[in-house]
Design a protein around this ligand. Sequence first.
Ligand code: MN
Ligand code: MN
Length: 360
Amino acid sequence: MAERRPDRSRPTSFASHNGWDGDFEVFSDFDLPVYVGPSTFQKLPWVTDPAELRSRGVDVAIVGAPFDDAVSHRPGARFGPRAIREANYATGSLHSLQQPGYLEPFEVLNVVDAGDANIVPAMLERGHAMVYRKVHEVAATGAIPIILGGDHSITWPSATAIAEVRRPGSIGIVHFDAHADTAPEDWGQLAGHGTPMRRLIESGAVKGRNFVQVGLRGYWPPVNVFEWMQEQGMRWHFMREIEERGAEAVVADAIGEALDGPDAVYLSLDIDVIDPGMAPGTGTPEPGGMLTREVLRAIRQIVGAVELAGMDVVEVSPPYDHAETTAMAANRAVLEAIGALAAKKAAGRTVRFERVAAAR
Ligand code: MN
Ligand code: MN
């Protein structure tokens, strides 16, 4: 066999030959583009261990609830948490232009992504149990949970967990939705996504008089359901009231009604409160809704004014989401809440629920 000789025409280093040995900067995962690396919310650290949430003194923890076993119409919300996490082109240290002054929320507020509830498909009761356990575990560290749904049925276990960690009956709920979600049952299913608000009130987790709904419209629920709601002392604001009085005045009333007794508010945002022209990627779209900018402003208004106990953003169904507009609206809803909390912390106010730490 002929001896192989070194090929002198071949470079000794391809990197040097091709210009790939230059002084290129290497970026952390946090600063990389959103489509590179792990897909946590806003590329924040993925911290699932409650002991670590405590030791880090986390202010706000994102929790995924990738669950849609309880939908009545279009499915797909199980893909919501991942889509909401990814629906932003801006990474690194964001600058919140909607807040006065110069505010970089992640420089002020300690926010992590606490991962997802342990969901598997086709097991409705188990899914709710896992959402309850995950949110309870996170809230018990004093961090404020922001839960990404999932269909709206997850508000039942999620708000229950937060009410339990604080004190049942001690939180008001401001609930944005085209639908009241107070049905007695969905075709016999007590835990469907048309029923969670009734379950929360019936169980005593939240008082009916502090349950406030904003944006209701369309053709559901029927009169007998509104009669039940009235018996519970629930308050609601139809979309036509927003058209007549403006969102800001209506939301100011909603804040007062939710805090009529309680000291903190759980904010539940069904993305279908936004007009389907702006947020088409959802399971039960109802034309004639709020503008995305009205909802984002309402979130700043509420979170700036109340002690936030927790928040969820639900019913984003990516398979119906042309151009990701719905996931982006949900992503910004979370960022607006984070911005408002950061502004509070920057002003010297507490964001975490410190009383839970004191009680344990
Ligand atoms: Mn809903
Ligand atoms: Mn709805």
